[in-house]
Design a protein around this ligand. Sequence first.
Ligand SMILES: Cc1ncc(COP(=O)(O)O)c(C=O)c1O
Length: 373
Amino acid sequence: MIYLDYAATTPISENALNTYNEISRKYYGNSQSIHNIGLEANNIVELAKKQLGKILNCNSDGIFFTSSGSEANYLSITSILKGNKKKGNHIITTMTEHSSILNLFNELEKDGFNVTYLTSDIYGRISLDELEKSLRPDTILTSISFVNSEIGTIQDIKKIGSLLRKNNVIFHTDAVQAFGKIVIDVNELNIDSISFSSHKIYGPKGVGFCYINPDVKWSPIVSGTTHQKGFRSGTLDVPSISALTTAATDIYSELNNNYHYYSKLNSHFRNLLLNNQLPVTIYGTNQIPNIIGFSVEGIEGQYLMLECDKNGIAISTGSACKVGLQDPSSTMLAIGLTRDAARQFVRISFGKFTNFTHINKLVEVIKELRENS
Ligand SMILES: Cc1ncc(COP(=O)(O)O)c(C=O)c1O
């Protein structure tokens, strides 16, 4: 099988798996226990926080572990809103966020928050001007993802961060797709709150984390919680936290090489499409090179995905499939496509086992489908 869906998830690396095994065997204590075995487990967690803080250039005191990127988004945003209730009830996000943010903002709206959804241009970028005009004295927080998960567009996080800092609005960014793909300097980018996932970077599934600037107020969702200063209840999964840290360290040490390799694969795909005169539209701009969101004229995304699957290639439609019908991708609708055009959307994403032959095979399948359509 040719796997071209690394943005959905990645296989765990040997290194991360070895760390998981070793830590599971040696450090089985509850990191909250105050005897020596507990303290040893807690030391592992503290070491992981220090290492992640170093990679991201942020104060490791603000790091909290969660079960996923989705939960990191949910817990950081809701804890911050709870801690800043007095400031107001206006919050801002975009129409191109991951469902874990969009669904949360939907709920927050039902709970009485006033939500502004920023529009985006055809490339998936928000406008700083629109953001500035949306700010109000009662705006608490703005959530804008670092990299779009479907078309790979990178937002201008530095400019967004400084605009929000200047206006005293808390800035949360979902960095799940940016993590391990580009350098993230939390301090330099004026980020107050940021979330990550382990399984997108060859770490174990079921673990993620977020960072909240220790100067930003937040309040526990469930009072009385003792783990992680009350941020999240539940005994910490020390082996997964440690394995995630191994995966993060490895991916950041390979970042430049990977970036260049994925850029070459990306160009190879685009050149093959051109050389074969295939009617393909690629979406986005200023993207990370490992994600390509595109559509093939006249071919439904779900059909293309299933045909690829039949030919031993795993790609994604970037949206949830239901029996007999396909919801169009929310990003595609947000960047202005009609529902029919959005239904043609598919995403491929590269990882460390992707090679040029994989891309050749995919283009062959697209070519055949076009010839037979
Ligand atoms: C941008 C973005 N945010 C959040 C998530 C959710 O991460 P997790 O699967 O760890 O909950 C994803 C996963 O696809 C994502 O792409």
